[in-house]
Design a binder for this molecule. Structure first.
Ligand code: NCD
Length: 304
């Protein structure tokens, strides 16, 4: 749903947004990263994070400040939700005080869409990650990072490796990269973490990290989403690291300029070795930097 029944825009999922909108947001993100000045707004936004977050929460806050918006960071553990207030009542309460947009991260898949469907007062919603559902602003910043690195989308091969099944980053990323015409995607991870969702025809499953990175132009490593996994169904940390931790020797199989991405937070020695995470091919901190511009572009599109 790009627009609510009241005609207000939301940023809820990649699927809901037109390719024109997504392309415009991507170009605006890159222009902001090159130094364009953000449009100004007097509006007030609130961050409602029901899950831990460093990058996403702080970058939404900095993005709001870049637009001169007022920003409220709710401390959900100290808010009235602990007294049983529903999310829709919290939203209406904030709107009554003048908050125009909510950035919501929630452990339940579909929670932000559900809020959009039952809003008591018209306001803009941004999905900052819902369970294993989607993380569309992460997809935008990842696409902007790849575009800025000079990725030749139609001729590129991207490997996404790790806990695909529980990854909202991978789901939203794949949806956006397909719209941008990415050539080939290889997915790899332990059997119990392979996707249980549908993939596009240009996506292939491979069975090892070595096969995933062969001649790849970019590799995106994923964190094991412990918080979303039945612990009995996942490999022990040593065997996970032995098979799925990205090391310099893997990168030797990839293209010489292969970019390395990870949405963070990284677990060094588990998904990625320090030599790679801190190495010259790593774009991890560039992703973090781009996150502020992507979120500024999203706020502009919604508010300014
Ligand atoms: C991701 C998330 O929370 O979905 N991180 C992020 O937003 N930067 C991925 C993760 O937690 O592994």
């Amino acid at each position: 749903m790009e627009k609510s029944e009241q005609g207000l825009r939301h940023f809820l999922s990649i699927e809901d947004l037109s390719t024109d909108t997504l392309t415009a947001l991507l170009h605006r993100t890159l222009a902001l990263a090159r130094g364009a000045t953000a449009r100004r707004t007097e509006k007030t936004v609130a961050n409602l994070f029901f899950e831990a977050s460093t990058r996403t929460r702080v970058s939404f806050e900095l993005a709001a400040q870049a637009l001169n918006a007022r920003v409220i960071n709710m401390e959900m553990a100290r808010s009235s939700t602990v007294k049983g207030e529903t999310l829709k009542d919290t939203a209406a309460t904030l709107k009554a005080m003048g908050v125009e947009a909510l950035v919501v991260r929630h452990p339940e898949t579909g929670a932000v869409q559900a809020l959009a469907d039952e809003l008591l007062m018209p306001m803009h919603l941004i999905n900052a990650g819902d369970g294993h559902g989607g993380h569309p602003s992460q997809a935008l910043l990842d696409a902007a990072t790849l575009e800025a690195s000079g990725l030749d989308w139609p001729n590129a091969t991207l490997a996404i490796v790790g806990d695909l099944r529980h990854s909202r980053v991978a789901r939203s990323g794949l949806q956006l990269f397909e719209r941008l015409g990415l050539g080939q995607v290889r997915l790899a991870g332990p059997e119990s973490m392979l996707p249980d969702w549908d993939t596009a025809p240009n996506v292939v499953l491979v069975h090892s990290l070595e096969d995933a990175v062969r001649n790849a132009d970019a590799v995106m490593m994923l964190r094991v989403q412990h918080e979303r996994i039945d612990q009995t169904a996942w490999p022990d940390p040593e065997s996970y690291a032995a098979h799925w931790c990205l090391r310099p020797s893997h990168l030797e199989r990839a293209r010489p300029d292969c970019r390395v991405l990870h949405p963070g937070p990284i677990n060094r020695g588990m998904e990625i070795e320090s030599a790679v995470a801190d190495g010259p091919q790593s774009l991890i901190l560039e992703q973090v930097r781009m996150g502020v511009f992507a979120r500024t572009a999203i706020f502009e599109w919604l508010l300014a």
